[in-house]
Design a protein around this ligand. Sequence first.
Ligand SMILES: NC(=O)c1ccc[n+]([C@@H]2O[C@H](COP(=O)([O-])OP(=O)(O)OC[C@H]3O[C@@H](n4cnc5c(N)ncnc54)[C@H](OP(=O)(O)O)[C@@H]3O)[C@@H](O)[C@H]2O)c1
Length: 362
Amino acid sequence: MTDEALTSRALELAAEGIGRVSPSPLVGCVIVSADGEIVGEGSYIFSEVTHAEIAALKQAGERARGGTAYVSLEPHAHHGRTPPCTEALVNAGIRRVVCPIEDPNPLVSGKGFEELRVAGVEVVTGILRGAAEKQNEKFICWHRNKRPFVHLKTAMSLDGKTATVSGDSKWITSVEARAEGQRLRYEYDAILVGAQTIAADDPSLTDRTGGPRDRGLLRVVLDSGLRTSGESVIVATAEDHPTLFIAQDPDPAKAEEFRSKGAEVAVVESGPRNPRAVLGELYRRRITSVLVEGGASVAGSFVDSGLVDKFTFFIAPVVIGGNDAPIAVGGDGVERVADVFRLKDITVEHVGPDLMITGYPA
Ligand SMILES: NC(=O)c1ccc[n+]([C@@H]2O[C@H](COP(=O)([O-])OP(=O)(O)OC[C@H]3O[C@@H](n4cnc5c(N)ncnc54)[C@H](OP(=O)(O)O)[C@@H]3O)[C@@H](O)[C@H]2O)c1
């Protein structure tokens, strides 16, 4: 098998940790013996503590000696929750390490590769770099930008509406598209909406995929004055699902009521209308990724601030019409077409009768 195929297998193993590694990265490892046989495989799961390299080396045993390790992210060289993986690779007699990318954490980046080279191990980097960076885009953003990765997801009609003039929005997109939306929730640490979405739809905002997750999906509501009803589904279910209201000037009695029902209330000085301050609050809570699900005002404020890292639009083949029907993205927008927010690396998929368009800011 080629280096590329085995690196691809390491990425596949890393993906087994989706939903189960935050705030750490996804990591997978394949050990190939000196005579070219796969003798060990490992995936990282946060709660199991053991790193992917160690799990794979354990499986390989003595057959690792003289072999190659394919790792999806730079092996760490420092003492963290576990001893350095670089040391374990060297002690196991690994002669060659093939790994697409450096660890994005500026405190350790490059040090793992350096340590391996010093110990006489050949290090090959860069194979499938794009795929490896994409796989760990949340972790990379969290370290490089010191804030969570922001993914804006919206579901709309062909004419860009998210509800009818009367506010009816259930359901514009198909069962298949909504299942895909659930799958997205599974991959994120937090989901975020504005107070008006809670008032209009009274959603539960839960991850109903049933997939294993090490941390419950944190439901975040931006609500300056805590106008959300204490009888809303989100407050009523706060004992069972982590819930955080980000407010500016909440009524103390209402804040106390929410807290007594299991929700957290964080007061942010510059208010939730400042998306950067919202992300700062989430960063302090070690939230590495957030799925922004609307509505238009919240989506607009994140787009206007240039704080969206990824977009997913579900588009149903229906036309809703109505001058006053809610749209997908509000905010200030731009004045000139030359200044529009352009996306790149676009993927277009069919989900049931709907389209799912995903892209990154150009
Ligand atoms: N199809 C979809 O994908 C989808 C998803 C979600 C919602 N929706 C629809 O969207 C509609 C609600 O959208 P909306 O635009 O009226 O309201 P929204 O964006 O859900 O909430 C806006 C409210 O959130 C508060 N807020 C706090 N921080 C904010 C910030 N950084 N940016 C903007 N607002 C902030 C403000 O109230 P305070 O000043 O009181 O804090 C503001 O009035 C509903 O009809 C819902 O059905 C559709």
